[in-house]
Design a binder for this molecule. Structure first.
Ligand code: HAM
Length: 423
């Protein structure tokens, strides 16, 4: 027998029993996007490596270590093109904004997306190589009202998803005016304690000293004494941050200031945030993360345009909700369509079609087995009702059987939907 082929490491199959929970969160994402007046956008699953290198930064983990490279057909000109599966959606969305001249549309633009992202990271619980994000972006709004609005939106998603105890971590990492001095302060501080840094941090220190702060193995005492970006903000950034926080207070959205929250992608400016379940604040446990990227459009060849957004990990939120005992809603009652005549396929299909039009969830039996066998497998498949099709169909009537009670009665086909309580 040939060897079996398994799914690639870090990916997973969503089997039917798992996909109901997933679908519930996808529906919530779509519903909340509509309630918050976002319009859907979809960009390709792969883009030029250059987009991510420029947008997220050469030294970000997503580009440096986790890029999933793609090549074109063997031997073609395109094979040499440098493409990668998207590790995140923001760079692609801002690329599309610039490419399609969307700045001329009445702004600010409010865009949302839902789909798979790819990062070639070491797989572990809650960290996959393919995962699904719900992403929202507001482009063309300098804030700070929208900063608070988006944090409240992420908060609401988690609440409506049934995740209890979600907390926002909040920071501001300044902008082009004040970040250089902060970088310098970090460089000096960590430079003086280089012997206490991990190898990874020593390397980060040279390329982007802010990223030393999110080294998961950083000595906690060293981290506690490190310069804080909130103390190095220029007047404009400090004012923006204070205003965003005041609005969150007004909205009653709780948050914790977290001076180590610098985020892993280089495009961020000013407000950054991540959501965790309180007490579960490890790096693989962030349920959502985002922030402002006021310089990204310009970096991608567009005119200077402020932006802010977040990505929420559907896989992780599902895990968190399941751990807290949240279950997917029960599907609508299932109706089987069967008949004593083993060859009445056209009649079964026709009746199924009428019932579906009335909104029911219907599964016609496609076999030529005896009626008893058809009823048995309907019950096994979880059907609560069977519609038995026979001669009386000519008069618009069928037999409706309650499979649990084992009782049946003749009824008009058009009344079945009201009698089973669906539709
Ligand atoms: P991110 O923090 O890299 O941000 O990802 C957002 C969320 O995606 C995380 O909080 C987590 O829930 C989920 N996630 C990330 N990596 C994985 C993984 N390997 N497996 C499972 N879930 C994962 C961004 O991607 C930014 N684009 C967010 C953003 C939008 N910033 C501004 N606009």
């Amino acid at each position: 027998m040939p060897a079996r082929i398994t799914a690639p490491r870090g990916t997973r199959d969503l089997l039917p029993e798992e996909s109901a929970g997933f679908a519930r969160l996808e529906a919530l994402a779509s519903d909340l996007s509509a309630r918050y007046a976002f319009d859907r956008i979809d960009t390709p699953l792969f883009e030029r490596v250059e987009l991510f290198a420029r947008g997220l930064g050469e030294s970000s983990d997503a580009v440096e270590k986790e890029m999933f490279r793609v090549s074109g057909a063997a031997g073609s000109e395109e094979e040499r093109a440098e493409w990668a599966l998207r590790p995140e959606p923001t760079a692609g969305i801002v690329r599309a904004f610039v490419e399609h001249g969307m700045h001329v549309r009445p702004g600010p633009l409010r865009l949302w997306m839902l789909g798979p992202m790819f990062r070639y990271d070491r797989p572990q619980a809650g960290r996959y190589r393919q995962f699904t994000q719900w992403d929202v972006e507001v482009i063309g709004d300098p804030g700070p009202m929208v900063d608070a609005e988006l944090i409240e939106l992420a908060h609401r998603f988690l609440a409506e998803a049934g995740v209890r105890g979600a907390v926002a971590h909040l920071n501001s990492i300044g902008d082009a005016a004040c970040r250089p001095a902060y970088r310098q302060a970090l460089l000096e501080y960590f430079g003086a304690h280089e012997d206490r840094l991990t190898d990874d941090s020593r390397r980060r220190l040279r390329v982007n000293p802010l990223r030393v702060l999110d080294d998961r193995n950083l000595d906690p005492d060293l981290a506690a004494g490190a310069p804080r970006s909130a103390d190095h903000l220029c007047a404009e950034c400090a004012e923006h941050f204070a205003a965003a926080r005041a609005l969150l207070d007004e909205l009653g959205v709780a948050y914790e200031l977290d001076h180590r929250l610098v985020r892993g992608l280089d495009y961020y400016t000013r407000t950054t945030f991540e959501f965790f379940v309180a007490g579960r604040e490890g790096q693989q446990q962030a349920l959502a993360g985002g922030g402002r990227y006021d310089g990204l459009a310009e970096l991608l060849g567009g005119r200077p345009t402020p932006g802010i957004g977040f990505g929420l990990g559907i896989d992780r939120v599902l895990l968190a909700a399941e751990e807290q005992g949240v279950t997917a809603p029960v599907a609508a009652p299932l109706v089987a369509v069967v008949s004593a005549d083993p060859e009445a396929f056209a009649e079964r299909l026709r009746v199924a079609s009428v019932l579906r039009e009335a909104g029911l969830r219907v599964r016609p039996d496609g076999s030529s087995r005896k009626l008893g066998k058809q009823l048995e497998s309907a019950a096994k498949a979880g059907a609560g009702w069977a519609v038995i099709v026979g001669q009386e169909l000519d008069a618009g009537r069928v037999v409706l059987r309650d499979l649990a009670a084992g009782e049946q009665r003749e009824t008009l086909l058009r009344d079945v939907a009201t009698q089973v309580g669906g539709g």
